[in-house]
Write a protein that binds this ligand. Structure first.
Ligand code: UDP
Length: 362
């Protein structure tokens, strides 16, 4: 079986790291990196740290509007697919790279396998939701990370092509999250120099379009963190680097370390050791859940409802008071509740590809 996998963004590198190693034991994988994330800290660092096979094709497409990026990716991916003629296209998640690859393959009658299928916000006012919904509807094999994701697919009449396999992010967390000790984690400050990890700290990530399009929204989040009883570590996405720095200076935010994006092992170290977590990232919400850490998600919609059980993760509007109030809600953890699979999603994904391939050939 020959599989072309397309990745382009940080969370996809993490999932591919887990699945590629299993897939390559028996099958041929050709890896395309679209270039959507290209900074060293957002891309190469993950390939090095997680020992991801080197991409066979680097398309170098990044920036521009959503349509420009998606269109340029499609043109480049189509050429590779015509050359490689794989049995499957494999894509992850919800980025423009996911959608561009799925559209290009479907038009060439190459079956598309979508991992993390069925995640839904139920609003099209979110760019990632558009990518997810479109990819699921043109996909041939839809692999859900949770049972509720599978049920969403059934509601959209996609049940026959769908399967619950578990979450490769959970596999990755189990495999990589305890590799580092505190002295291995060096934080590179955006203002220059390095810092070590404080004994007690909160962990913040915030980069979603909805939370960063105007200054007042990010400022509310920074001001909430400023009031906490320990400093916050905030690895800043390159997209908002300059604005975060200027807001910190203008509003004298002192109780916060603005740092360069960290690698995956560093990030999962921070998740495991933080007091609490504030985020707008789909991946970080789940990692907080895996680690049993209280999380507040600054967003209007629950994308991973399983994490919200027992107040383990609460939604908050981008409003300082609300974020602080939600952080104060006590969580109730039931260790037997594990909705993200058994830690062997990668193996199940490869078996699903093998079985689906047989079916398509018949
Ligand atoms: N992450 C990381 N370094 C950072 C911030 C986040 O490795 O500086 C990891 C984080 O642990 C999670 C993933 O990146 O596994 C989430 O990626 P992102 O927030 O970009 O995407 P999303 O989860 O929103 O799709």
């Amino acid at each position: 079986m020959k599989v072309v996998t397309v990745v382009g963004a940080r969370p996809q590198f993490i999932k591919a790291a887990i699945v590629s190693h299993v897939l390559r034991k028996k099958h041929t994988e050709v890896l395309i990196h679209t270039g959507q994330h290209f900074d060293h800290n957002m891309s190469d660092l993950f390939f090095e740290e997680l020992d991801i096979p080197r991409p066979d094709y680097n398309l170098g497409v990044s920036g521009g509007t959503h349509a420009e990026m998606t269109g340029r990716m499609m043109m480049a991916i189509e050429k590779v697919l015509q050359t490689e003629r794989p049995d499957w296209l494999l894509v992850y998640g919800d980025t423009n790279s996911t959608l561009a690859a799925a559209l290009s393959a479907a038009k060439l009658h190459i079956p598309v396998c979508h991992v993390e299928a069925g995640a839904r916000l139920h609003t099209l006012h979110n760019p990632e939701e558009i990518n997810r919904v479109c990819t699921d509807h043109i996909g041939s094999l839809l692999l859900a990370s949770t049972q509720s994701g599978f049920e969403e697919l059934e509601k959209e009449n996609l049940g026959e092509r769908s399967q619950f396999v578990g979450d490769p992010m959970f596999d990755a967390f189990r495999k990589y999250s305890e590799k580092l000790a505190v002295q291995d984690v060096r934080l590179r400050l955006l203002t220059g120099g390095e810092a070590s990890v404080p004994d007690k700290f909160y962990y913040l990530t915030c980069h979603r379009e909805e939370n960063t399009k105007d200054d007042s929204t990010i400022l509310e989040i920074l001001q909430a963190m400023e009031k906490l009883n320990a400093p916050t570590i905030y690895p800043v996405h390159p997209r908002i680097r300059e604005r975060a720095l200027s807001l910190q200076e203008k509003y004298r935010i002192k109780n916060m370390l603005l740092v360069e994006p960290v690698g995956y092992m560093e990030s999962t170290f921070l998740v495991r050791h933080a007091e609490k977590i504030v985020t707008d990232s789909g991946g970080l919400q789940r990692e907080a859940f895996f680690a049993g850490k209280k999380c507040v998600t600054v967003f209007n919609f629950p994308i991973w409802p399983e994490t919200m059980v027992g107040n383990r993760n609460n939604l908050a509007a981008p409003n300082a008071e609300e974020i602080l109030a939600k952080l104060d809600l006590k969580q109730n953890i039931d260790d037997s509740y594990q909705p993200f699979g058994d830690g062997y999603a990668a193996e199940k994904i490869v078996v699903a590809l093998e079985n689906g391939w047989n079916k398509i050939l018949i």
